[in-house]
Write a protein that binds this ligand. Sequence first.
Ligand code: HEM
Ligand code: HEM
Length: 187
Amino acid sequence: MNQNARYDTVSQILHWATAVVVTIAFILGPERFGRLMHQGVDPATRSDIVWHESLGMLVLALTLFRLVWLALRPAPPQIQMAGWMRLAARLAHVALWALLVALPVTAVLALGGEDHPLTLLGGLRVDHMPAIAESTIAGLADWGEVHQLLGDAIMWLAGLHAVAALAHHLVLKDGVLIAMLPWTKPR
Ligand code: HEM
Ligand code: HEM
């Protein structure tokens, strides 16, 4: 068996855990979320907001752990494919990594910049983030708007990325999808 036919188990588990948690956080991105907070609703009273923020912070923790693992893990599989396809996959992965970091960062900038509390499961909350509120970066954009746009962008890009993975499996039959699946035999 080719040793490099699949990603290592840690990378596989972290990939699928991230995909599930991002999707649930997106679904729980409550409509008019920003407006509710501007109206003075305490986010701790809304379980959808508390779950959204907690799952979003979990995505950040998973992503930071994954980025460290990227430097330590066994070499990822090198599956034969056209140069343009390899480049497109590389660009999509880089964009997904960037979005996974940018989503929590823009959310914290939005909350801290407007002095809204960060509310997490277990009653954890951070009411004020003075370092962010007083920083120039907080005033550079409407970070809530940016966060919302990036939230939509990651779902579109992840959707395209999933379609590409299925096309590799069903049309090209080249083992790309299987490389990320923990329970199948490599080709
Ligand atoms: C994978 C991570 C995340 C995704 C995909 C995501 C997605 C979204 C989406 C789509 C919205 C817009 C909801 C609407 O109004 O229709 C939203 C709003 C929001 N999210 Fe997230 N989010 C993520 C992580 C986080 C984290 C970590 C936090 C908190 C630390 C957070 C806090 C917020 C806040 C405060 C808003 C309202 C923004 C505003 O309009 O001012 N999100 N999110
Ligand atoms: C929010 C959802 C998703 C995100 C954020 C995401 C992100 C990523 C990232 C960052 C990588 C590079 C992983 C690494 O080097 O360890 C990757 C690889 C991969 N993903 Fe996803 N993914 C998502 C959903 C999916 C789905 C739904 C599928 C399949 C239906 C899928 C299939 C794959 C495959 C096959 C690879 C390996 C690709 C290759 O080696 O070129 N992903 N994904």
